[in-house]
Design a protein around this ligand. Structure first.
Ligand code: SF4
Length: 444
């Protein structure tokens, strides 16, 4: 049961030493109860208090990793039903599905999706291998999937085939997805023996709940709940009910990540699978399994996922500094824009497209867009000039031409005063015009 701030306060040393960053132990207790501070931030908690609080303040959903050690993926750890309440934690993972015969083709297609958007690498996360009855071929497909460097889900309810595949790729830390009320005991033993997480399904939510409770008693720690494939309606209802039970009612047996197999909900219909995948990004699919992933599917899905799984409390920023683009050196022109990640990637993308070497200077602008940062006083002539001096740009770059965004053309005069010797050039108001502008500037 969730503890109140006062209960947590009673377990603190009550010395008000402030080492946790809070002014008093009471304030710390309130923060921990709200989930905005961790009990480990108090270095003076007794072992007994830590043990007591550890369980009571644990997130309502278990968090764990899957996949190979050098490319592990996070699942679970969610604490809210709605992103705007706080933030979602572990982004939805996309899996592409194949049986042993179709694995090569699906893997080759999946490998084509690999690009970067706002600093995040977008690629198919998981190969979902469906067992179709040929154990030798299944084991080979599992080996190839593991060798691809992606995480693997072994979707198999045959104990013998599961054991052979697990033996072959146990170091890749696959998910064993195939437990059900009938084979529960054997699959619990397999999951423990190979140290892997276990996917479980059942015909109804009640049966799923009972099976999970039995698995917990068997000692299985990392469980993934398959929301079922009877119909789109039931899969959606199950996903929502499971998450609500975990977050709202503190039902620990439903406090695990979920798996939604949209490949089985809409077989052969890539458009419907994409629509369903977008639905389950929002409503609680921890892993979404699709028949395949083309670029046309990936672009909207990864974009949506990135928007939903960024922390609304933190602006998306890039590091401040000088970014030499297109092989820029000390003689290349300088440009300045804000540290808001979306702005940086749009502007840098256009500059790269132009092929003109540019030193792109990024000062601390609070993570806001150009006009917002300017109106908040975070992107002013003073702050830009101060950053150019702090970052010692003048000793690293000889070129004294500085492009400023067209939207803040008003800064030109003040910047010339703040940066004597610099020639301030107002660039276009829209990044899309940068390519032509830079080429003309370079030719002038
Ligand atoms: S560090 Fe611990 S003892 Fe010190 S104020 Fe915070 S809660 Fe109290």
């Amino acid at each position: 049961m969730a503890l109140k701030g006062i209960d947590i306060f009673k377990l603190t040393p009550k010395t008000n030493c402030k080492e946790c960053g809070q002014p008093t132990c009471m304030a710390f207790g309130m923060k921990v109860a709200q989930g905005t501070a961790q009990i480990e931030q108090c270095p003076h908690m007794s072992e007994e208090a830590l043990a007591k609080l550890g369980e009571a303040t644990a997130p309502p959903m278990k968090s764990f990793k899957i996949g190979p050690a050098d490319a592990e993926l996070s699942l679970g750890g969610e604490t809210v039903l709605f992103r705007h309440d706080k933030t979602f934690v572990s982004k939805t993972l996309f899996a592409v599905s194949a049986d042993e015969a179709g694995a090569d083709a699906v893997m080759a297609e999946a490998a084509k999706i690999d690009y970067e958007r706002i600093g995040e690498r977008m690629r198919v996360d998981i190969i979902h291998l469906e067992y179709a009855g040929d154990t030798a071929a299944y084991v080979e497909a599992a080996k190839k999937s593991a060798a691809s460097g992606k995480a693997v889900i072994l979707s198999v309810s045959d104990e013998g085939a599961a054991r052979e595949a697990l033996s072959a790729i146990k170091d890749a830390r696959p998910v064993l997805n195939g437990a059900n009320p009938d084979n529960r005991e054997a699959f619990a033993a397999l999951a423990k023996e190979f140290g892997v997480s276990l996917g479980v399904s059942a015909d109804s939510l009640d049966a799923l709940h009972e099976t999970v409770q039995a698995l917990e008693k068997d000692g299985v720690k990392d469980i993934i709940l398959d929301v079922g494939t009877a119909s789109i309606k039931s899969a959606f209802a199950n996903a929502v009910q499971i998450r609500r039970a975990a977050i709202k009612s503190g039902d620990h047996s439903f406090g695990y990540p979920s798996l939604v197999n949209v490949a089985k909900l809409a077989p052969g219909d890539a458009g419907m699978q994409t629509a369903l995948a977008s639905l389950f990004i929002l409503k609680y699919g921890s892993i979404v399994v699709m028949e395949g992933m083309s670029y046309a599917q990936a672009l909207p899905l990864f974009g949506l996922r990135q928007n939903i799984y960024t922390d609304p409390q933190k602006p998306m920023t890039v590091e401040t500094g000088n970014y030499p683009l297109n092989g820029a050196d000390e003689n290349s022109v300088c440009a300045v824009t804000v540290d808001f990640a979306l702005t940086y990637f749009i502007v840098s993308g256009e500059i790269e497209r132009s092929g003109i070497p540019v030193n792109l200077i990024i000062p601390d602008a609070g993570g806001y867009s150009v006009l917002t940062a300017w109106s908040a006083g975070k992107f002013s002539a003073g702050s830009i000039a101060a950053f150019i001096k702090e970052a010692d740009i003048e000793s690293k770059v000889k070129n004294r031409n500085l492009l400023i965004p067209g939207k803040v053309a008003v800064l030109k005069g003040e910047l010339e005063e703040n940066l004597p010797g610099w020639n301030i050039i107002v660039s276009p108001g829209e990044a899309t015009s940068l390519v032509k502008f830079l080429k003309e500037l370079d030719a002038a």
